[in-house]
Design a protein. Structure first.
Length: 177
């Protein structure tokens, strides 16, 4: 299967990386604009299959840098994928804690409603009980939101970053591609 291609045009290879990052070449961050361009293009491609980054260069890079570009780009996106995995784990942990708190609060609201039956006049019992039940169910909103909706985009981003971490990188143009 032919990989889906992302194409970037640069004057020189250094434009791909953050010039302020003092890390060694393989650990260097991508330039924010380059990363945004690559990620946004990857989002528009089919969500299956492999990716390829084709970098068109106007000026030839240093040979040792040219040889390490693929490893540096893959390392960068693998690091971003690890961060996204941690984010997903933290979201699920927050969901579990929120769910435990929400269930305890809901149970307390139901118990309070039952405890108020003998204390309140007959006309107010239903009002108080229903109000407490509504408040208890509203407290369940956030944990349900986490488990029903919030994790999907994080997982989608993680899958995309994992694909980017595996993508092949080719240089073309002044280096003879």
């Amino acid at each position: 299967m032919i990989p889906a291609r992302i194409e970037v045009r640069l004057r020189e290879l250094a434009q791909l990386f953050n010039s302020l990052d003092p890390s060694p070449f393989i650990d260097r961050d991508l330039d924010a604009g380059a990363e945004e361009f690559i990620v946004s293009w990857a989002r528009e491609l089919p969500h299956h299959g492999e990716l390829e980054l084709l970098i068109h260069l106007a000026a030839p890079p240093e040979p040792e840098r040219a040889a390490g570009v693929e490893a540096a780009v893959q390392h960068y996106f693998a690091s971003r994928a690890e961060i996204k995995k941690r984010e997903l784990r933290l979201l699920f942990r927050r969901g579990r804690v929120s769910l435990a708190i929400g269930i305890a609060f809901l149970a307390a609201c139901f118990a309070l409603g039952v405890a108020l039956r003998p204390v309140l006049p007959a006309g107010w019992v239903d009002f108080a009980e229903l109000g407490l039940q509504i408040v208890g169910w509203v407290a369940m909103w956030r944990p349900l939101e986490i488990y029903l909706y919030d994790w999907w985009p994080v997982r989608s981003d993680l899958r995309m970053l994992e694909r980017l971490a595996r993508m092949k990188v080719r240089l073309q143009g002044a280096v003879g591609g």
